[in-house]
Ligand binder design. Structure first.
Ligand code: SAH
Length: 352
């Protein structure tokens, strides 16, 4: 698909065009990553954060948040629950927390890898090369780091750097790839200031980065953040942060990156509690990340308000999800569920 084709599909002229796009994305999904829906248990291991991202509810300056950092044995209990529920991957997500030290995280990864059959995905923000390397050496399989928007000026505005000389997220994504991680990234949809040209460029950027996983979800304003409190006045070409726009981007990213693992995100489920995730699965997505964070910590990890999973215990959500998958005729994935994109990449590297 050319850049102008990608741009065009984000603003379908008629309903038939939109439905045709969804059908194409669903067919490409089926052909390239199959019918299985991979389930990843998400554990929000710490909400301490040293950053000031203008969109995020756990930014350092948000003083109302009760901060927590889970102990290793608590994370291991979540891992056991993931195994019991039949999930193949554990995702450890957190704010950018220096208290999650290189050695402590490496030790935790080693225990997870030796005591469970799970793939381990990290989503711990922008960390030093030595840390990323130590965690990979300890056995971490994947790393998620969204570039958030391809519009550099907008990115700088909403994501102030910690230090002027810190590597940007694109540089970090390259490092992660070189370290042998399966690499995930993605964007928010409808951040104030994001235009349709930006969104088309986001899709191109995902393709250029040759990503193995792509997470995209609607931007949801948080009232305790600068962007939530003082959004800039909307440009004429502003992308809406709507459910429909999220489906268009999901479908677009599936066509642009056919062999990639793409989740139907919690942010999408927050816009439509009943049908968000299942509709996502019919418009390009092939992954769901059920939340396994202990209930007492969940309300403290409100990166945006009304987060869908705050009140639903893991076993209950799992039962509901399995019924939804059965109704869709989609089997839950078995095993770790690495993306075909990565398997292909690794196969090529091995052959050389
Ligand atoms: N500290 C890690 C994990 C952040 S949470 C990191 O920065 O990579 C994971 C994702 O949640 C972010 O990458 C961002 O895309 C998304 N997010 C944060 N605030 C949001 C908001 N207000 N609305 C929607 N998505 C948000």
């Amino acid at each position: 698909m050319t850049a102008s084709e990608l741009r065009k599909l984000l603003q379908p002229a008629a309903e038939a065009e939109r439905l045709d796009l969804y059908a194409r994305a669903d067919a490409v999904r089926r052909a390239r990553v199959g019918e299985e829906v991979h389930l990843r248990g998400l554990v929000e291991v710490s909400n301490y954060c040293s950053r000031q991202c203008h969109y995020c509810g756990i930014r350092a300056d948000h003083r109302e948040v009760t901060r927590y950092r889970m102990r290793s044995d608590e994370v291991l209990q979540c891992a056991q629950l993931a195994v019991k529920l039949g999930y193949g991957t554990l995702v450890l997500q957190a704010g950018e927390d220096p208290g999650l030290t290189r050695d402590a995280v490496a030790h935790l990864i080693r225990r997870l890898k030796s005591e469970t059959p799970l793939a381990v995905t990290l989503s711990l923000g922008e960390r030093a090369l030595a840390e990323l390397k130590a965690w990979r050496d300890a056995g971490a399989d994947r790393y998620l780091l969204r570039f958030e928007t391809s519009n550099e000026e907008l990115y700088r505005r909403i994501h102030p750097p910690l230090r002027a000389d810190a590597p940007d997220r694109f540089t970090l994504l390259g490092m992660l790839r070189d370290l042998g991680y399966e690499v995930g990234s993605g964007v928010m949809i409808g951040v104030p200031g994001q235009t349709f040209d930006d969104a088309a460029r986001d899709l191109e950027r995902c393709r250029e980065l040759d990503l193995d996983m792509i997470g995209i979800g609607p931007y949801l304003p948080h009232p305790a953040t600068p962007l939530g409190q003082r959004p800039p006045s909307a440009a004429p070409d502003q992308v809406p942060n709507s459910e429909e726009m999220t489906y268009l981007m999901l479908a677009g990213v599936r066509l642009a990156c056919p062999a990639t693992n793409i989740p139907a995100t919690t942010a999408l489920a927050t816009l439509n509690a009943e049908g968000g995730r299942t509709s996502g699965l019919q418009r390009g997505a092939n992954v769901i990340m059920p939340n396994l964070t202990p209930m007492e910590y969940r309300r403290c990890y409100e990166i945006y308000p009304g987060k869908r999973c705050v009140s639903e215990p893991p076993e209950e959500y799992d039962a509901r999800l399995r019924a939804q998958l059965a109704a869709l005729g989609r089997p839950a994935g078995c095993g770790q569920g690495a993306s075909p994109n990565w398997q292909q990449r690794r196969g090529i590297a091995a052959a050389q």
